[in-house]
Design a protein around this ligand. Structure first.
Ligand code: URA
Length: 440
């Protein structure tokens, strides 16, 4: 196999055989294909896409790059959730303990920051001591004991996604339906799920901003799941504004603590409850989504979800005191309050620009081996449709120093568009898609 021939054929739009895909990806695993050749391949896929057969071959190799967890010793239907990525999307960190607290096991393997979006793993690692790199045996033991574990891709489980994910993050090759679908579904199938709920984002901060592309991504992932005998349901949800107020790793953990106490921003709670309802129905804990949503709301309000999160943090070596005193999370040195430049209505938010400003502040990575700064980010209190007055505080920047706070602040102010016209925000939950869409 000559790697550059494969890249050229993909670049020219040729359909590769399963043997070609296997040889190229396995070559990358073994070291015969270099990082620069894989970067070129990813860019070719970005522009040319993958056929269904090529995609199936890619998913198979990704899963086979590591071990597949066997959770058959854990009783119950194992249900996970995965988001296609958003800004301020901290839902997983509340949802996993919430659903597990209601008796449905949640094996959750997440990613780090990707492109302009934050990652659950980076957020969790802002909790002092929290380990996301559990070995397969630690992961399986924790699933058996607690019914929930929050882990990253490891050397043992989908190591190929771990490498491709990190490479895509810094090579502008994220926004591709087959690359997102293979990344998400390989992780989910390898972690040992029975069923999956997908949160597919659309709007200005999503990798697939348009509804048709978001729906196509959802259908692609549902199809991959169905081929492996996994029930998959997708909710298409709004990312035309950041979710909640906090954007940034430790800031988002702080907001999660509020949500786990039954408080916190209403939008994150609503999306969390909608996803929890789907998971609880798939997991057999409720007959319909209304009953499931009531169950989930009660578990957030009466401390069951919070107690489960405490047990998870302790099991994974973290300091569970963050749940009592979030001030022990990393704190930024510089804070800058942003005041509205004019009176009017927030007509639109450029959510991608907010995410990119966060990455440049240090909340995400510009190169593969860069470290993230857990403390930096934004707290943005306005949403599209809000009426505001000139001079009203609308956001706070948390930064390492005054200069970066100033620069990021200007970008955030530019991204919050205040006008006179009406706003037309997306409904929070836009659409539900399940297997029926594959035959429609
Ligand atoms: N989440 C993933 O795990 N992979 C992607 O490509 C996008 C979101």
């Amino acid at each position: 196999m000559n790697p550059s021939h494969i890249v050229r054929r993909k670049r020219e739009g040729e359909e590769l055989s399963a043997t070609d895909i296997r040889a190229f990806l396995q070559g990358y695993v073994s070291g015969a294909v270099e990082e620069y050749q894989m970067s070129a391949f990813l860019m070719a896929v970005f522009f040319r896409g993958l056929s269904a057969a090529e995609l199936a071959a890619m998913v198979d190799v990704m899963i086979a790059s590591g071990l597949v967890a066997d959770l058959s010793a854990v009783p119950g239907v194992k249900v996970d959730k995965h988001s296609t990525g958003g800004v301020g999307d901290k839902v997983s960190i509340v949802l996993a303990p919430l659903v597990a607290s209601l008796g449905v096991p949640v094996p959750m393997m997440s990613g780090r920051g990707l492109g302009h979006t934050g990652g659950t793993v980076d957020k969790l690692e802002s909790i002092p001591g929290f380990r996301t790199n559990l070995s397969l045996s630690e992961y399986s033991a924790q699933m058996a004991e607690l019914g929930c574990a929050l882990i990253a891709q490891t050397e043992e489980i989908v190591p190929l996604d771990r490498r491709l994910y990190a490479l895509r993050d810094v090579t502008a090759t994220v926004e591709s339906i087959p690359l997102i679908a293979s990344s998400i579904m390989s992780k989910k199938i390898a972690e040992g799920i029975d069923a999956l709920v997908l949160d597919v984002k659309l709007g200005s901060g999503a990798f697939m901003p348009e509804p048709e592309r978001a729906a196509e991504l959802a259908r692609t992932m549902i199809g991959i799941g169905a081929a492996s005998g996994k029930r998959v349901v997708a909710l298409l949800t709004a990312m035309d504004r950041p979710l909640g107020h906090a954007v940034g790793n430790a800031l988002e953990i702080e907001e999660c603590v509020l949500l786990l106490r039954g408080e916190g921003p209403a939008d994150v709670r609503e999306v969390t409850l909608a996803l929890a309802a789907e998971m609880l129905v798939l997991g057999g804990a409720a007959d319909d989504s209304a009953a499931a949503s009531t169950l989930a709301a009660a578990a957030l309000d009466d401390g069951r979800a919070l107690n489960m999160m405490r047990a998870i943090i302790e099991a994974q070596g973290g300091n569970a005191m963050v749940l009592d005193d979030p001030a022990i999370l990393p704190q930024a040195e510089a804070r800058r309050v942003l005041d509205a430049r004019r009176s009017g209505t927030v007509t639109r938010m450029d959510v991608r620009a907010i995410g990119e400003a966060g990455v440049d502040l240090g909340a995400g990575r510009r190169t593969m081996d860069a470290a993230v700064d857990a403390a930096v980010g934004f707290h943005i209190t306005v949403k599209p449709g809000d009426r505001i007055e000139k001079g009203q505080p609308i956001a706070t920047v948390h930064a390492r120093d005054g200069i970066s706070a100033e620069a990021a602040g200007l970008r955030v102010l530019d991204a919050i568009i205040i006008g006179d016209g009406p706003a037309d925000p997306l409904p929070l939950i836009v659409q539900r898609i399940d297997e029926a869409a594959l035959t429609a």
